[in-house]
Design a protein around this ligand. Structure first.
Ligand SMILES: NC(=O)c1ccc[n+]([C@@H]2O[C@H](COP(=O)([O-])OP(=O)(O)OC[C@H]3O[C@@H](n4cnc5c(N)ncnc54)[C@H](OP(=O)(O)O)[C@@H]3O)[C@@H](O)[C@H]2O)c1
Length: 390
């Protein structure tokens, strides 16, 4: 059976492409962060797997690249927003570059042996017209898409020289409707025409598809190349007037504090779950030297180092006496804490304090396979009668 892989296929143009491919007799594997919302397709027509490009599962892509039944790869996952550069938090810049550029390019690399084969392999990526020229008020998005557009342009030459007919299709449209990109709803009927054209270009193994090129974008690109500065100013004013400008903070900053003595899998699970609920996780480590009234086993600097080395942690800091004081420093949106703290005097106080600050307190069940207490007890028992030579 012919199989296709669509990364980002649960929504928008990806979903519309999935529909086209199913109509052409393909079984489609969809990788995305969420399943398709409505039951649009029959169970035997597709398979969904969870995939988050911000926590890149390289092994899954390697496994799929080895699957000879898959002869088509389309990457549509991506995100962006129209906002002036000053409104971007570094976490959002990192995430946008990771999804739109770095991981997209890494997936192409993992499929490259397949793309380079002499037998047909159909491959495409959603770029953007903003990857082909300057895009004031969408600078980070333009940078991420430019990376992918240039990569594809360059690699297609390598493919041509290698003798294969296969190419990577760069689909670079301007703004289109019918997807969830600007916070709207999926409207497959609106996207049907565009999806049909993309699939046609995929099967022709073309290098570049700019929708409405002859009618509109040929002239737009010429104007840009003739005078990039004048074009940039015009583009800036156009965006300001388009109503798409979204100069709000997009990233959710999370904070949690703890001692993290004898770091164990319970700590790791806590940090992972917290990171799943925010874009940027700040962890405050207690420098008390004491843990529930007892001395810590691991010195403060080492606990900071261990926590900081965890991939879910974006920033490690010394905790404040009160988490509410830490809010004054970091202005976080979510405060994570174990559910055993719910209802305590301290957290009742915090709930009041954060009420008008838009901070959500997230109580986690503290699941741990081996608790610090157990480890402590074991160490204490084992070392009780042991004299250690210095
Ligand atoms: N819409 C436009 O005007 C326009 C114009 C030019 C180019 N494009 C490009 O076209 C592509 C598709 O956009 P669209 O309009 O169809 O938007 P969409 O409806 O938002 O679809 C994008 C899909 O990518 C997924 N995605 C985002 N981040 C991901 C991640 N970290 N890991 C895995 N999947 C992730 C989204 O999942 P979640 O919903 O869970 O985030 C969503 O399912 C994007 O690359 C976009 O840059 C769009």
């Amino acid at each position: 059976m012919k199989k296709a892989l669509v990364i980002g296929g649960s929504n928008g143009i990806g979903l519309a492409i999935v529909k086209k491919l199913i109509a052409k007799g393909y079984f489609v594997e969809i990788l995305d962060r969420k399943e398709i919302e409505n039951e649009i397709f029959k169970k035997e027509e597709y398979m969904y797997r969870f995939f988050d490009m911000l926590d890149f599962d390289e092994d899954l892509i390697k496994e799929l690249a080895k699957n000879e039944d898959i002869t088509l790869l389309m990457i549509t996952a991506g995100f962006g927003r129209v906002a002036d550069f000053e409104y971007f938090h570094n976490a959002e810049i990192k995430n946008m570059m990771t999804v739109n550029a770095t991981v997209t390019i890494q997936i192409l690399r993992l499929f490259y042996e397949r793309i380079k084969e002499k037998v047909p392999f159909y491959c495409g990526v959603m770029g953007s017209i903003s990857g082909l020229m300057s895009s004031p008020s969408a600078a980070v998005y333009a940078a991420s898409k430019a990376a992918v557009c240039r990569l594809i342009e360059s690699v297609n030459i390598e493919l041509e020289v290698s003798g294969t007919e296969n190419r990577i299709l760069n689909v670079s449209p301007a703004s289109f409707k019918g997807s969830r990109f600007y916070g709207g709803q999926n409207q497959l009927e609106v996207l049907e025409g565009l999806a049909g054209e993309i699939v046609e270009h995929l099967f022709k193994r073309d290098c570049l598809f700019i929708p409405q090129y002859e009618e509109t974008f040929k002239t737009v690109l010429e104007r840009y190349h003739d005078d990039p500065h004048e074009y940039g100013l015009h583009s800036y004013q156009y965006k300001k007037g388009s109503g798409r400008l979204d100069n709000n903070r997009r990233v959710k900053i999370g904070y949690l504090s703890g001692t993290f003595d004898l770091f164990h899998v319970g700590h790791l699970n806590l940090l992972q779950r917290a990171k799943e609920q925010c874009d940027y996780l700040i962890v405050g480590v207690h420098n008390s030297g004491a843990w529930k009234g007892k001395e810590t086993f691991i010195p403060f600097e080492e606990r900071m180092k261990i926590v900081g080395a965890c991939k879910y942690v974006d920033k490690v800091v010394q905790s404040c006496t009160e988490d509410s004081d830490a809010w004054n420093l970091w202005h976080y949106d979510k405060l994570f804490v174990g559910s055993d703290y719910k209802g305590t005097e301290r957290f009742k106080r915090y709930e009041k304090y954060f009420k008008d600050k838009g901070v959500e307190i997230v109580y986690f069940p503290y699941t741990q396979s081996t608790s610090s207490t157990q480890i402590r007890k074991t160490i204490m028992m084992k070392t009780k009668d042991v004299k250690i030579d210095e």
